[in-house]
Design a protein around this ligand. Sequence first.
Ligand code: SF4
Length: 386
Amino acid sequence: MFGSASQTATSAPAGIALPRRISRRDLASSPLLVFYELTQACDLVCTHCRACAQPARHPEELDTERSLRLIEQLTEFPSPPHLVLTGGDPLKRADLFELVEHAAWFGLEVSITPIATPLATREAIARLRRAGASRMAVSIDGPNAASHDATRGVAGSFQRSLQMLADARDEGFSTQVNTTLTPANADAIDEMADLFASLQIAMWSVFFLVPTGRAAHAARLSAVAAEAAFERLWRHSQRQPYVIKTTEAPHYRRFVAQRRAAATERGPAAPPTSPALHLNDGKGVMFISHVGEIMPSGFLPIVCGRYPSDDVVAVYQQAPLMQALRDQDRLEGKCRRCEYRGMCGGSRARAFAVSGNPLAEEPDCCFQPAATTPPAGSQENGCGAR
Ligand code: SF4
């Protein structure tokens, strides 16, 4: 349910059925996920890196002491969040193990997203587990070395990623694969889905590209192609032994709701599922950058406050943009009129990246709301999904 600085989940996941304990959380007062970007330093040069990661650490990165106090501040939320330590490459910080241990000691669930470099040794993975991290996510963007390594910019990255997953599993981590879906790998969904089944992962997190960071000019799936990807992901979710969820594609929740409704119409009522939280950027999700900028997500780079001068709890609860992002009546365009806006709302990060307005309609959804038809001359996407 989380990811690293490449186009992976430093933002809102969609389509996860969550435990009942979590479903009661008030997203206006506590985020479910807090992403702390420990550093932007990374030895890879991924083509779609959100953080535009660099080899060297930033001189104004939050130091150990401030990072420890930040972790403590997170425990002041009414419901303490799940902490995702991301980057860059978190392993570029020597104090990573201390930070994990501190967060675990304070009762936070900790996930980690190390990058597939020589730093990710079996010993480092074992130390992270001993320090108290519980889940590890590794990015894989293709079903084989040729496709994955081309994206990562380093030969051997695919093999190293597989080894990291095996090591993490052996050390007792729950494991997750993060994949950024683009026109270059969308045809390989079936191959990837079957490969990941053999890796005994707990979750496949599929990210729909947001044109920001190094991916600002990268090709992303069209609305129609996204709908086709949803269909394939939905089919795999019916048969694979791991959970599939999307990130920056909350309209997958709409797609799943439509499929379930259609199935119910055709036969006996679909079995009840556990309640799901409808996370979105700033709604159950918060991001803190390597220099303390507080944002709705890693893909929605609008600074709402700055730690340590601002209190992270107060910023999440009270910053005007955070509040607006949690108010479905503030949505614009067809998302405002959409009957699925409560569970979806569109990717706020993609709306901002494409239009400059974080409340604008999702640009890559082809659904046409029932409430109204698009005005003449509208640019709204449409693919006959209704
Ligand atoms: S129109 Fe907007 S709210 Fe409705 S399904 Fe599409 S992205 Fe979601």
